[in-house]
Design a protein around this ligand. Structure first.
Ligand code: SF4
Ligand code: ZN
Length: 728
């Protein structure tokens, strides 16, 4: 244990704590000790403090208790002659630093300067956390790199960022080096920043590091079932599950040391380009805590090696980079070389199963003009026909595979895809064109990725890319008939028509007590898995997270309980949950990991329910915001009167069937209403509620925010819930 680093970290802790005391004092003077204090839209209060101490800071004066804790933690300053035999005091100084930094950032939200501006994003709210958390769960994002400082020049910064993106890591950016920041370097290099490209500029100062570590802390709470205040389990969870590290670029100040010491508590090592004292394995990590002097062209590899990340990279034979980190990239009109579909030209995409003898694996044909035949800024029609064969292939899997076209094509750098079927829209950027990307490469991507991800189902894949208008129009007619037939088949698929449901335990790596049961009429609560997806996934990986569940005999068909399903739930939750209803939110409702798109909650006086979606950040008539409700519903518990579910489930015939279905809905945010409008009207029609008339009786935030206001509105419009039996 180096004395120098201990001295620096402790010195840094003192400096940060002093800053915290100063801004806190100012905040109290300006706003008063009782002023509420919070990060935006989160149910986790000030998250590091909340997760580590269990203290829910709600008003400024609550910080007094935290300052006492900080004073207890910060060790006596040591001079550089002094030998510290173990890491403990440095770790404590690090933790105290993080608390102090959270106080600083929280006060900034209150009295400025606002942590959010044109470039910097500030704290990630719970919507982002859950959305991105799923990627940590399913492995599309193995972890994150927290970058402090700046690269020596723009080119180096861009190269480091690209490499991290290719490794699928999130890049969290903090701080600056002599006034230059990594984030600003990327902007200068023309790189798109934001959550969608996994390049996240949190803040200009080192104190913004708490946004990255707060993210990690919340992951432990929301996905790992760690209790607030359970310091040890939180840190262990992060050490074992969240593959993160700090990359320090430039001069490492005392404040950086102190913050890095905080990160070491989580098991996140620091890898630096400068010559700073190293800390070798002892105690918490089995790997180095601080590694220094790494050249820029090796630093990404070194970080990955030190943290022990195993990143599998798909080999796709195209002239641009390929990684999920490029999925969220947008291509603006000015950056575009050419486009396809999007109402500009006819286009479609179609997966079709053929006999094995009719498929020549790897054959890719462009039928019509190639990219070189059109001018910059031009467009072409595009019919993507994927022909596959395989012994395990079933026509039911066609839509499942076809839906992957979106993700697969988007993951290529400089290529953009939107929509599906015959409303798809694609763009190729100028940069990609310059790198040699051709229309033919759409086929290369689809061939490589379908083999990689669905190799258990498809044996052979060939791709035809039609770019002649007449041919595309002709084929589109034919394909539209196929889409229609598929829709009919799907609509006819009801829970009664199958004898097997599928489980999804994907979230168990983060939420050990939760399991989703997916039925044809109730998709997974995250909205990402339908019954067909579950079925296909089981074929692909028979020992994977999606297992068939034989229904067995109905215990009660109204609430949706079957004996074999109950047995399955009981055995996969170690007896914690014994019965689970697929169609009731009152009797044994389905549990939730926290990934739900929506939450339904009973509003007792209205005799109905409200539904709120994750994107809605306002107050709801239940008196709780989404984030607070999420705390009630998540974590693998059954809470009668509350249930988490997908958007799709709202218009299902089985939506809270036991309680009477959609006619219980008295309130939804306007945006959600609009989102599900068409299907909901259709469903209300089927129930004889008078489709649109019923739809208009559902209140939204423009009608009121409290249960009383909603009651008033639904009474006025004569909402059918008022006439129904009581819910309990
Ligand atoms: Fe998680 Fe359920 Fe979605 Fe599977 S279906 S990923 S368990 S939320
Ligand atoms: Zn989940």
């Amino acid at each position: 244990m180096s004395i120098i680093i201990a001295a620096a970290a402790i010195r840094g802790a003192y400096k940060i704590v002093d800053q915290a005391k100063e801004i806190y004092k100012k905040a109290v003077e300006e706003k008063g000790a009782d002023s509420p204090v919070a990060f935006p839209n989160t149910g986790y209060y000030i998250p590091i403090i909340y997760s580590m101490t269990g203290i829910a800071v709600e008003k400024l004066s609550d910080f007094d208790e935290i300052f006492a804790e900080i004073d207890r933690l910060v060790p006596e300053p040591v001079d550089e002659e002094f030998w510290l035999p173990y890491l403990g005091p440095v770790l404590d100084a690090g933790m105290a630093t993080l608390y102090a930094e959270e106080i600083i950032e929280a006060c900034k939200y209150l009295i400025g300067p606002n942590p959010v501006d044109d470039l910097w994003l500030g704290a990630a709210d719970d919507v982002i956390m859950r959305e991105r958390g799923i990627q940590f769960v399913d492995g599309t994002a193995p972890g994150f790199a927290a970058i402090a400082g700046a690269a020596p020049d723009v080119e180096t910064a861009v190269e480091i960022a690209r490499k991290l993106q290719e490794k699928r890591l999130y890049v969290f950016m903090h701080s600056n080096d002599n006034g230059t920041s990594f984030a600003e370097q990327l902007v200068e290099g023309g790189v798109q920043l934001g959550w969608d490209t996994r390049l996240v500029p949190f803040g200009r100062g080192i104190t913004s590091a708490v946004y990255a570590l707060g993210f990690a802390s919340r992951a432990a709470l929301s996905f790992g079932g760690v209790q607030p205040g359970d310091f040890r389990r939180n840190l262990l969870y992060n050490k074992n599950r969240v593959f993160a590290f700090v990359m320090a670029l430039g001069e490492v100040t005392d404040e950086w040391y102190a913050t890095a010491a905080g990160a070491i508590n989580y098991g996140f090592p620091t890898i630096a380009d400068s010559d700073i004292p190293e800390i070798l394995p002892t105690g918490i990590c089995t790997y180095e805590h601080v590694v220094s002097n790494i050249p820029h062209d090796q630093i990404v590899e070194k970080c990955i090696e030190v943290r022990g990340l195993k990143v599998k990279i798909s080999e796709v034979p195209i002239p641009v980079s390929y990684s999920p980190a490029f999925e969220g990239e947008r291509i603006r009109k000015d950056d575009m070389y050419c486009e396809f579909g999007g109402n500009r030209t006819p286009a479609f995409e179609w997966f079709n199963t053929l006999d094995s003898k009719d498929v020549e694996d790897g054959k890719i044909e462009v039928i019509g003009p190639e990219i070189d035949d059109i001018e910059e800024g031009g467009n072409l029609p595009l019919g993507i026909v994927i022909e596959g064969s395989g012994r395990k292939m079933q026509s039911d899997f066609e839509p499942v595979l076809e839906r992957q076209v979106h993700t697969f094509i988007n993951e290529a750098q400089g290529i953009w895809h939107m929509g599906q079927r015959d409303i798809n829209w694609l763009r190729i950027s100028k940069d990609a064109k310059k790198a040699g990307f051709k229309i033919e490469h759409f086929g290369s991507i689809l061939h490589a990725m379908l083999h990689e991800k669905y190799g258990k189902i498809v044996d052979k894949i060939q791709v035809k890319l039609y770019t002649e208008e007449a041919k595309v129009l002709e084929l589109r007619e034919k394909v539209r008939k196929v889409y229609g037939q598929r829709d009919e088949r799907l609509a006819g698929m009801v829970d009664e028509s199958v004898d097997t449901f599928y489980s999804c335990s994907l979230c168990q790596s983060f939420a050990p007590d939760h399991i989703c049961v997916i039925t044809p009429e109730r998709s997974g609560l995250c909205g990402a898995y339908s019954w067909l997806d579950g079925k296909a996934a089981y074929e692909i990986t028979p020992t994977g997270p999606n297992q068939p569940i034989a229904k067995g005999n109905a215990v009660d068909a109204t609430i949706g309980q079957w004996d074999k399903v109950n047995d399955f739930i009981s055995s996969t939750t170690q007896g914690k949950i014994e019965c689970m209803s697929a169609y009731s939110m009152i009797v044994d409702p389905m549990t939730s990991c926290g990934c739900f798109e929506c939450i339904s909650a009973i509003l007792p006086s209205t005799n109905g329910i409200m539904i709120v979606n994750r994107e809605f950040t306002g107050m709801t008539p239940s008196g709780m915001k989404f984030s607070t409700l999420a705390g009630t519903v998540g974590g693998g518990n059954q809470t009668p009167g509350f249930v988490g579910h997908s958007k799709h489930y709202i218009s299902s015939k089985k939506f809270i069937f036991a309680e009477g279905g959609v006619q219980r809905i008295v309130w939804m945010p306007k945006a959600l209403k609009d989102d599900v409008k068409e299907q909901l009207i259709k469903r209300a029609d089927e129930l004889g509620l008078g489709g649109e008339a019923f739809f208009d009786k559902i209140a939204d935030e423009t009608h009121g925010e409290t249960e009383e206001e909603i009651m008033e509105y639904i009474t006025k419009v004569g909402h059918p819930a008022l006439e129904m039996d009581e819910m309990f």
